[in-house]
Design a protein around this ligand. Structure first.
Ligand SMILES: Cc1ncc(COP(=O)(O)O)c(C=O)c1O
Length: 389
């Protein structure tokens, strides 16, 4: 198998696994117990969170541990805007956000909030897929409670200008939430230079374990009040009840430390592999179209490649070369393969979106992987198009 789907998830770093193991067996105490076993686990959590906080330049007390970015997004958005002190009822986000944001907003609409979804720059432009900044500025008003914009997109890798967006939100006195799931570990994130009130993350996108993530609460200058979404034992100052997972948190910190260390060379290495994949596929398949921002610029994640195939659906290509793992431009819900809303948001029609695929190159990929995968993919494309001719 050649795994080229690192936007969906990443393999857990062996170093993180090694650091996690003792927390399942030798040190299994409940970190909320006051006895010695509990305090050992609580200390490990504290040290791990301190390490993460230092790497994103924020106070450790601003981190709330969650089960991942889906939960962090719910807690951030629903928690902030339904707090009794929040009077404003308008929310702004972007058409290409992850469903873990869009579906929360849809639900809040049924509770009486007004939601404005801002479009993204359209296909064909060098920064296609990033939020349309003029339209964003027009959408925010004195009634806007919260703006939610992702740092980097999980399908087309588009990187949004978070510093500019942060300034815009301060100007209007509204909260800024950022789903930074695809950015952490892939881009430098410094919350002293970019002020973000609420920032969501998940460990399994930066070579950590699944089921563990965090939310930064109060990364900007404002004090943030959240209405808890999970009630119970009152852990984490009552903001997120539930027993914390020491192994998951230790693993998340170990994986994050390594990812940040790798930032000095991994993005360039991944860009090289991604460009190699693009050129090999282009050599073998006539008429490929790149979806989203240009590859040379700074507005696209370095390991991301999203492209349109001439003549066949992405899903058919995936099935014909099952040993190469990547994603199609359709999201399967039951038997219905709906075209990706991210691709239709940049202006593709449903046929173009269905003929699209996403590759995500990761830390563990090699030149040999890319050569073997592109060879196999070109061969299976030619076989498929020959059959359908
Ligand atoms: C941008 C983005 N937000 C949120 C999520 C959900 O993360 P999790 O799987 O940790 O709930 C994902 C994962 O696919 C993502 O890519």
């Amino acid at each position: 198998m050649i795994y080229l789907d690192n936007h969906a998830t990443t393999p857990c770093d062996p170093l993180a696994v090694e650091r996690m193991l003792p927390w399942f067996t030798d040190f299994f105490g409940n970190p909320h117990s006051t006895h010695q076993a509990g305090q050992i686990a609580a200390d490990a959590i504290r040290n791990s969170l301190q390490s993460i906080a230092r790497l994103i330049n924020v106070d450790v007390d601003k981190l709330v541990v969650t089960s991942g970015a889906t939960e962090s997004n719910q807690l951030a958005i629903r928690g902030a805007v339904t707090h009794p002190r929040q009077r404003r009822r308008h929310l702004v986000s972007v058409t290409s956000e992850h469903p873990a944001v869009l579906d929360v907003l849809k639900d809040l609409e049924t509770d009486g909030f007004k939601v404005t979804l801002v479009p993204v720059v359209q296909q064909g432009h060098p920064s296609a897929g990033t939020v349309d900044m003029e339209r964003l500025a027009d959408a925010i008003t004195g009634e806007t409670a919260l703006v939610s914009v992702m740092w980097a997109n999980n399908e087309n890798g588009a990187i949004n200008p978070m510093a500019e967006i942060s300034e815009l939100c301060s100007l209007h006195g509204c909260l800024l939430h950022c789903d930074a799931t695809q950015a952490l570990g892939r881009l430098p994130v410094d919350l002293q230079s970019v002020k973000i009130d609420l920032l969501s993350a998940t460990a399994h996108k930066f070579y950590g374990p699944k089921g563990t993530g965090f939310l930064v609460v109060g990364g900007g200058e404002r004090r943030i009040r959240l209405r808890p979404q999970m009630l119970g034992g009152g852990q984490q100052s009552g903001i997120r009840s539930g027993t914390m997972n020491p192994a998951g948190i230790v693993g998340m910190a170990a994986a994050f430390e390594q990812s940040v260390k790798d930032l000095s060379e991994q993005p360039d290495r991944m860009r090289g592999l991604r460009d190699q994949l693009w050129s090999r596929l282009n050599e073998g398949i006539e008429g490929l179209v790149l979806n989203g921002a240009e590859l040379e610029g700074t507005q696209r994640l370095s390991g991301n490649l999203n492209l349109q195939l001439p003549g066949i659906e992405g899903q058919a290509w995936m099935s014909s070369a099952p040993e190469v793992l990547f994603s199609s431009g359709s999201a399967c819900s039951g038997h219905d393969a709906a075209p990706s809303h991210v691709l239709t948001a940049i202006g593709l029609n449903s046929d173009q979106a269905r003929r699209s695929v996403r590759f995500g190159v990761g830390r563990f990929n090699t030149i040999e992987d890319i050569e073997a995968a592109s060879h196999r993919l070109v061969e299976s494309y030619q076989r498929l198009t020959h059959l359908t001719r």
